[in-house]
Design a protein around this ligand. Structure first.
Ligand code: AGP
Length: 609
């Protein structure tokens, strides 16, 4: 989604803003722009295309200043074009705005501005309306003008605003779209996400929803939507620029696949007390609350939804509570049976996915208790939940989610174990056994990564295929859905996943020479059935790449390629078996000449419905 960077201070703003925008490229965009207070008023330069295209038109030293705002746009209203790029100016050209989100009543506002203020619009965007609206409200105090204007706006918006008449003051507002403030030495920043700030500061204010911040070179003032001054502790960022860089890997995605052992260890060990018991710090849900739940909804999108599919198996088995898993964009339009005895679990890496956020709000309105599993600290989903379970995966930059997924799975196990202890369904001995096995996961995952070249070889054999189907049973079917999404979103191969038991009910008609089936065979109790499925496919000239546990020799007699994961229980297998699929998708994408980090049409965080 769009990226925002604002700077006000005693140094030159241009390089700091452009550098910050480059660190937000992972959010996905199609155009970029910058506005600077140059001393002769505000000057805006913007262009469709990458930041490098913008840099071509801002090389002149005279185009600079000590305050400015920059933007990378992911188009929602209006096609990618120079004129639709941000920043947008009011008619007089003395107020500039950048915006992330959607103004739902922009047409109504556009008509009012045209009719009542005789405004002529230059672009097709909803964002330009904001600039004119603030201009119409401006009477010499940009903070007051922004307050008045935002009261007329409906929708989601993170905005940053500057006025030519006040060249040392930036105003920013957060409403249902991410925004953070960076505190520098004699300067201050605002940005859509923390990586943009890291070269300059690790002292960050996480803005709450409906808050407005006024930045000057030496001060940061936060106000709530009633205009009351808010005090806020500074959040010290513990990870550094390198953590948000590639560290020698060709792509962020490969780096993040390799970071999984560390992320899983962090996610697990931070939740074990000195006795090895699970402690869910920061989660206020009591044992009594848990025993009172008669249903759990797990609601998410994409990869996070696939983590929920595994979570269903685990939580129902360990805690004995019915779990329904739903796609967020569907949940809202059903008539979900949600009440005070419902636990609503939202899973979201970014914590900004609009579909998930709106589903969470719907559940809250119906009385559910909301727990979110989130990777981005202080994100919207986190802030609107009763309890937050952070995945501690570190920043995930690649659009295709990998380490966030496996740490989400880890959170599902921890929740299932914790709740199972509270409901009494899980015996102490089993509880301890599973925790001990989870501790071995990082090392077993490292063993898999050490066989990366085996996967690369299998990718080389199959990367030109145009039809790749994933099959599995039990939690292997949930992992199949994730493997298929990984492959399609970065290789653009037509892929889908199906529960292996469903093949005979229609899909087996698609088996023909050249079709590759990736068969997940890690569930001991379902292994023989999977071998049978594989034989049915081979009998019809399909090809097989199987993933199985070490020791499962039978499958190897039938599959064209077999990749073995270390022996483990059926329960924890999903955390391991997904990794060969992540690597397979990554290498196929690279071999097909794609950008594995920034696949076409996709964004890292989807903050539109
Ligand atoms: C996953 O690889 C995709 N990038 C996408 O499906 C993603 O999982 C989905 O958009 C949900 O994002 P979230 O976890 O940030 O809510």
């Amino acid at each position: 989604m769009c990226g925002i960077v604002g700077y006000v201070g005693k140094e030159k703003a241009k390089t700091r803003i452009i550098d910050g925008l480059k660190r937000l490229e992972y959010r996905g965009y199609d155009s970029a722009g910058i506005a600077l207070a140059t001393g002769e008023g505000i000057e805006v330069r913007k262009r469709v295309g990458g930041i490098e295209k913008l840099e071509e038109i801002i090389t002149d030293a005279g185009f600079d200043g000590e305050m400015g705002i920059g933007h990378t746009r992911w188009a929602t209203h209006g096609a990618p074009s120079d004129i639709n790029a941000h920043p947008h100016l009011n008619e007089k050209g003395d107020i500039a705005v950048v915006h992330n989100g959607i103004i739902e009543n922009y047409l109504e506002l556009r008509e009012w501005l045209a009719d009542e203020k005789n405004i002529t619009f230059r672009s097709e965007t909803d964002s330009e309306v904001i600039a004119h609206l603030i201009g119409a409200c401006y009477e010499g105090d940009i903070y007051e003008a922004v307050r008045k204007a935002t009261k007329k706006m409906r929708g989601a918006y993170a905005i940053c605003v500057m006025a030519a008449a006040e060249p040392d003051k930036l105003i920013a507002v957060r409403k249902d779209a991410p925004l953070v403030v960076g505190c520098g030495d004699g300067c201050n920043f605002v940005a859509s996400d923390i990586p943009a700030l890291l070269p300059y500061t690790k002292e960050v204010y996480l803005l709450e929803n409906n808050e407005t911040v006024v930045l000057t070179p030496d001060d940061v003032c936060i106000y709530d939507d009633g205009g009351n001054r808010v005090t806020r502790d500074v959040f010290h960022v513990t990870w550094d620029v390198d953590a948000a860089e590639k560290e020698g890997y060709e792509h962020f995605m490969l780096k993040e696949i390799h970071e999984q052992p560390k992320g899983l260890w962090e996610t697990l060990t931070r939740r074990l007390d000195e006795n090895g018991d699970i402690k869910l710090d920061g989660i206020s849900m009591t044992g009594e609350d848990i025993r009172n739940f008669d249903k759990i909804y797990i609601v998410a999108c994409g990869t996070a939804y696939h983590a929920g599919l595994v979570g269903k198996y685990i939580i129902e088995k360990y805690a004995g509570i019915t779990v329904e898993v739903d796609i967020a964009s569907e949940f809202r339009y059903r008539y979900p049976l949600v009440d005070e005895r419902t636990l609503f679990i939202a899973i979201s890496q970014s914590g900004e996915t609009t579909d998930t956020l709106e589903a969470l709000r719907e559940a809250k309105r119906k009385g559910a208790r909301v727990l979110s599993v989130v990777n981005v600290v202080g994100s919207s989903v986190a802030r609107e939940s009763d309890d937050v379970f952070y995945t501690w995966a570190g920043p995930e930059i690649a659009v295709a989610s990998t380490k966030a997924y496996t740490t989400q799975l880890m959170c599902m196990y921890l929740l299932g174990l914790y709740m199972g202890k509270q409901t009494g369904v899980l015996e102490e001995k089993k509880y301890r056994e599973i925790i001990e096995e989870l501790k071995t996961i990082p090392d077993m995952l490292t063993e898999i990564l050490e066989k990366e070249n085996d996967i690369k070889g299998i990718a080389r054999r199959f990367y030109r295929r145009e039809k790749v189907f994933f099959i599995g049973r039990g939690t292997d079917s949930a992992v199949s859905y994730e493997g298929s999404l990984k492959l399609k979103e970065i290789s653009y191969i037509n892929s889908f996943a199906i529960a292996a038991g469903e093949l005979k009910h229609g899909t087996i008609a698609l088996v023909e020479p050249g079709v590759l089936f990736i068969a997940m065979c890690t569930q001991d109790r379902l292994y023989e059935k999977m071998v049978s499925n594989v034989q049915e496919i081979i009998a019809r000239s399909g090809e097989i790449f199987a993933v199985a546990k070490e020791g499962g020799e039978e499958i190897k007699k039938h599959a064209d390629n077999t990749f073995y994961i270390p022996r483990c229980s059926d329960d924890v297998a999903p955390i391991l078996s997904v990794v060969p699929l992540q690597l397979f998708a990554y290498y196929v994408s690279v071999m097909r000449g794609n950008d594995a980090d920034k696949p076409r049409n996709l964004a890292k965080s989807v903050t539109v419905e």
